[in-house]
Design a protein around this ligand. Structure first.
Ligand SMILES: [Zn+2]
Length: 370
């Protein structure tokens, strides 16, 4: 698998040991195959219908777990017709499976012996499930504030879970310290195959909308794998002449942890990171410095998008609003509903909006709602 570092421009073959570039940058897949509708395996209703188009060494999975091809449902929110992409309807209850499944298949192809990851819960649960399914020893580091339901889920898969006190960054540092001696950093933030998998959401949406792109897409953004996946996927559809323009990509964060928002507002080209002003109920976006900050800002700007930071109380209201439409998501997912309200107020002509619903409501901690 060919990868590139966009921080220094290095191009190389991906290896299990070098989980990031020597300059510290994150590897990105070099997408070789152009998007060709004749390469779709249309009988396969999972991410692997696009197996020939991902640029991975694996074209068909070693283990088929039914990841992807999530429902796209029309709905009305704040007076606007929108489409909801139910990414929480995956084997482990979150959108993370869309990236972790191809990532683990790629790592297995490369001979991975054991895996380490740090996560506020959803990525950890997804990797734990894959570790169990593939029989690969797996360690998951979680911050001790992570939802007990997510911690229970990770533990149930039978992997080793290590709780870390302190910040989300402390958990990341602990996991990275455990990498080596045959243990691979199977990180959703760093692994290039994870990004390749997230790209399939764009392809699915395009097929589900009768081969059209939405005008707007709203995503919660922490490390931004889903966000970049949409950008990569729709960029490839554009390059193939299959859509007229890339959707305007809107990244949504909590006001309490908003590194991308602050960098975007200040007109920066990279995200220097921030000191969070408190703990957010949207625990899935508690990342003070995303590793692909430059690319996230580029995706926002090149798609004529926006970054929106929302208040804590609006996250809870957003969750309730969505529940009144029949959908039960965790608070992190509800960021996009709060952002939609702001977008509708600020932009008169908003239409054809897609919202991603990333995590099942059963994963969240009701006690945090106060
Ligand atoms: Zn580099």
């Amino acid at each position: 698998m060919r990868v590139i570092c966009h921080d220094c421009g290095k191009l190389t073959d991906f290896s299990l040991d070098a989980w990031r570039c020597s300059c510290g940058g994150a590897w990105e897949p070099v997408f070789q195959p152009g998007f060709d509708v004749n390469k779709l395996k249309t009988e396969d209703r999972s991410i692997w219908r696009y197996g020939e188009l991902l640029g991975l060494d694996v074209k068909t999975p070693y283990q088929h777990m039914g990841v992807g091809w999530t429902p796209l449902v029309p709905s009305t929110l704040y007076g606007k017709q929108v489409h909801l992409k139910l990414e929480y309807l995956m084997p482990t209850g979150s959108f993370k499976d869309r990236g972790v499944n191809p990532m683990v298949n790629q790592l297995v192809h490369m001979g991975v012996k054991s895996m380490v990851e740090d996560s506020s819960g959803n990525a950890g649960a997804s990797l734990a499930a894959h570790g169990a399914r593939f029989g690969i020893p797996t360690q998951i580091f979680v911050p001790d504030y992570a939802s007990p339901f997510k911690q229970h889920q990770i533990a149930l898969y039978g992997v080793e879970m290590i709780k870390i006190a302190g910040t989300r960054k402390d958990t990341e540092d602990a996991a990275q310290g455990a990498v080596g001696s045959g243990r691979t950093y199977a990180s959703h933030a760093y692994q290039p195959a994870y990004l390749a998998g997230q790209m399939t959401a764009a392809f699915e949406v395009w097929e589900q909308l009768d081969r059209k792109a939405p005008e707007w897409i709203l995503c919660p953004v922490a490390q931004g794998g889903q966000f970049l996946g949409f950008w990569f996927g729709f960029s490839r559809l554009l390059a193939a002449g299959l859509i007229e323009r890339i959707p305007r990509l809107v990244a949504v964060q909590s006001e309490k942890v908003a590194p991308l928002y602050q960098a975007w507002k200040a007109g920066l080209d990279d995200v220097p990171g921030i000191i969070p002003t408190g703990q957010t109920v949207a625990e899935g976006v508690s990342i003070a410095k995303p590793v692909r900050g430059k690319r996230l800002l580029q995706a926002v700007r090149e798609s004529d998008g926006l970054v929106i930071a929302v208040k804590e109380e609006d996250i809870i209201l957003g969750q309730q609003e969505l529940a009144h439409s029949g959908y039960y998501v965790e608070p992190t997912s509800a960021l996009v509903i709060a952002a939609l309200k702001i977008l509708v107020e600020e932009e008169n002509q908003v239409s054809n909006v897609l919202l991603t619903l990333t995590g099942n409501g059963l994963k969240g901690s009701p006690k945090k709602h106060g």
